[in-house]
Write a protein that binds this ligand. Structure first.
Ligand code: NAP
Length: 268
């Protein structure tokens, strides 16, 4: 990787974030880094100031770039964010001394097919399939070439490793180390009765297998898709396929094995 010189700063518009951005910009310029006034596709690093939303929304808005990112948390949970505002000087030292690692983070890709087209979607945390108006949905689930089960319940979360600590975790899914190339399928309130039966555990699927959800005919127009918290709806869905994307995000980290300390400080 070339030496880090050109830097983009992405941020939310909360007062604290704007103060941190001013301080960050000033300190970077004092150490002779180039800080772009507008987003530069040719930059060497994206520094994201805010909460997790800045990563989820910001990375999508700039087209899931290959440029590495690091986050500075200015409130909220900040699971993606490794640093707090007090760490700015330390970050600059790490950048000047090339003292950092790069982690590749897997994304989930999906094709949502209707009777006449397939719509591509990409998720950083997850893609959730739910019933419109809180209706139970009925899905046939295929993994690879196998039919796994018929599911009935509130919905299904297809989570990336990075998203495993988000909605997936609240739904009882496992925490997955972020650099593993897998997807996790976690059911939301699966119905188990004499009429309907499906797995209550989450399932981890390797990178070379596709998860396919096929709605029962009566659900074709009652499905909601939520990508990293953003709601979408399409008519006449015939099937939805999910796989680990070839494209990855790159996170710059100044601490080895930050995942485990992050779990301890953010959740325990
Ligand atoms: P949001 O209010 O932006 O986020 C909800 C909470 O999830 C925030 O505290 C956020 O952190 C945290 N978060 C986001 N990504 C995370 C990750 N990878 N690991 C751990 N925590 C994470 O909610 P939204 O706009 O509806 O959706 C954004 C994300 O929230 C979704 O991708 C989904 O994973 C999660 N979500 C969770 C639930 C649930 O747990 N029941 C329900 C809906 C959505 P910050 O405070 O730093 O922003």
């Amino acid at each position: 990787m070339r030496k880090i010189q050109k830097i983009n700063i992405l941020h939310n518009f909360q007062k604290t974030s704007e103060r941190v951005v001013d301080e960050l910009r000033e300190k970077l310029l004092a150490k002779e880094f180039d800080v772009s006034a507008t987003y530069d596709n040719d930059a060497d690093l994206n520094i994201c100031v805010g909460g997790d939303g800045v990563i989820l929304i910001g990375m999508r808005e700039v087209g899931f770039p290959e440029i590495p990112f690091i986050g500075i948390n200015t409130g909220h949970l900040g699971f993606f964010q490794e640093l707090c505002p007090e760490d700015i000087d330390c970050l600059i030292d790490h950048l000047q001394n090339d003292d950092f690692q790069l982690e590749r983070l897997y994304l989930v890709e999906s094709a949502v097919c209707t009777e006449d087209k397939c719509i591509p979607l990409t998720g950083i945390n997850e893609i959730v399939i739910k019933g419109i108006d809180s209706k139970v949905i009925h899905l046939n689930i295929n993994i690879g070439d196998e039919t796994l089960e018929s599911y009935s319940g509130d919905g299904i979360i297809i989570s990336t490793p990075m998203g495993s600590t988000a909605y997936n975790m609240s739904a009882g899914g496992s925490l997955v180390y972020p650099t593993l190339g897998v997807l996790q399928m976690t059911a939301l309130a699966p119905i188990n009765s004499r009429v309907y039966r499906s797995l209550t555990n989450s399932v981890i699927v390797p990178f070379n297998m596709t998860i396919e959800l096929v709605p029962e005919y009566r659900d074709e127009n009652s499905i909601l898709i939520v990508v990293d918290g953003v709601q979408l709806a399409y008519r006449d869905i015939t099937n939805l396929k999910f796989w680990v994307s070839e494209h990855k995000l790159t996170r710059l980290t100044t601490q080895e094995h930050h995942f485990w300390s992050n779990i301890k400080t953010k959740f325990l």
